[in-house]
Design a protein around this ligand. Sequence first.
Ligand code: GLA
Length: 632
Amino acid sequence: MRKQLLTKTFILCLIGLRAGCTTPKASNFEIGDKQFLLNGEAFVIKAAEIHYTRIPRPYWEHRIKMSKALGMNSICLYIFWNIHEQEPGVFDFEGQNDVAEFCRMAQKEGMYVIIRPGPYVCAEWEMGGLPWWLLKKEDIALRSQDPYYLERVEIFMNEVGRQLADLQINRGGNIIMVQVENEFGSYGTDKPYIEDIRDMVRGAGFTDVPLFQCDWNSNFKNNALDDLLWTINFGTGANIDNQFRELKRLRPNTPLMCSEFWSGWFDRWGSPHETRSAEALVKGMQEMLEKDISFSLYMAHGGTTFGHWTGANSPPYASWCSSYDYDAPISESGQATEKFYAVRELLAQYSDKALPKVPKALPMIEIPEFELDQTAPLFQNLPAAIQSDQIRSMEFFDQGYGSILYRTTLPAGKAGRQLLVEEAHDWAIVFVDGRRLGTLDRRKAEKVLELPGTEQEAVLDILVENMGRVNYSKTIHDYKGITRKVSVKDGRSQQELSGFEVFRIPVEEALSPRLQFADRTENCSMPAYHKGSFNLDKTGDVYIDMQNWSKGLVWINGYAIGRFWEIGPQQTLFVPGCWLKKGRNEIIVLDMQGPRKPVISGITTPILDMLHSDQEILERNKNTNPDESGYF
Ligand code: GLA
């Protein structure tokens, strides 16, 4: 027994030393009467939600320190299954994905951590954090007791446990609570499923700290388990007493917590930029502090959804912008905003120690305009084709992200026929004999294009871009590419097309040495990769201005930066200085319709609120994309 105790103490010391604490001391966190107890003392959680995936790793420490300077005592974070297990059974918890290190960094700053390992997280993240490959089982019922789904969740949860269970507070770490699932009430009612997830979380080793569920006050009862803590999510402006009324009635002795107090909101392509008032935020926080209600500020710092990791909503389909600034107190590039100072002033009044100084902002740079003078047209750089008689989704071809091209023969016919594409997920350009016919935008439920008369058979190309899988509601079963069929309608007759050649264009294709770049000879309004470079004598954070470009993705020095789309509201992309270098930096842009002018510059202020209507874009493109004036 004594030997066991000594071994345990030794292990705790080791963990503590790894965490940078010289005197590791097992603490504990528990649920008391109407309050949380940290080592037996009443404790109000003031958590900053920040996501390790949305902050470049070299900036983790800065953002944690900023959260502390904001006046918070904890960090709350989701764990994003699909970034850790991109292929079934292949786990990556290293480098940018080293969530355990993120927690340890928070511990060094004296911050506690709440983890939310899902498996579903919502979070405006691709498929709500679920891996796309689950959809390869075509009849899968996600977030249910589907045996395959549960089998995969358990494997993942055990990996999370391997990474993080030893960081629970009583084992020398700083994790004080673990969430089970996420807002299940807006998905369905299924307590047996929630029980399974709870058991898996425990089975993964999270046995020593309270487990909790979060949901809206309107539906939290539907899935609330008796042995878990219940917390409520709501945003600025909510009537806080009303939010907790039912919970207090059912559990008069529970500590109260708003597990997501929304500080702002996120942006979708084609809709106005979202903001929320600092005053309302501070007012709500103050009321909670006065009433000893714990909270987590979602988001204290939103950061950026880099690369292709943005999610979407449906119906109607709407994909999210790459910026996850969220109008949060700490801006996308990590700066203290006015909202930051307003919140800090409030929290200073509720802290027994003086708040630490606000960390210095990281340096920003400008980049003078430079040209991208090399192009690799997509159609001249296609990978080998796969033959498929019928249309199948992207997942069927074992592809998760990027674009997919379906090519087949269009029979000869008179003008007046229509092409019916059911359904292009999420945005498609259609070409007949290599000439652009038009686009189909899932946001607008577009499915039909008028076909030109063709005297002979023609080549029909449908290039479909995946803009992010839906992360909310039952529509998370969101297959990409063309999901049903393609047909030609001629009056009352309808002929389904078959005999496809399918070309997979995954996102990493942009970095493939296979691409043949050549000097730009003319303005290119066809889908193409554009390459250029810029020189820096000092590095720093910067926003690149994409206003001359139409729609696509950007990579710099091999890092996936994000999506751009001329419709806005986001017109700039955040590029962290830690991914830049002195000297030559290389940029690749995949643009689906070609730039008006193939130039980019770097500025210090983001443009997140500039929307353009279809008409405006047509006008702007008239002179630069001659083809746009009508093909046939
Ligand atoms: C809910 C979800 C979060 C996030 C917010 C909106 O509360 O739980 O993951 O999607 O909405 O930002």
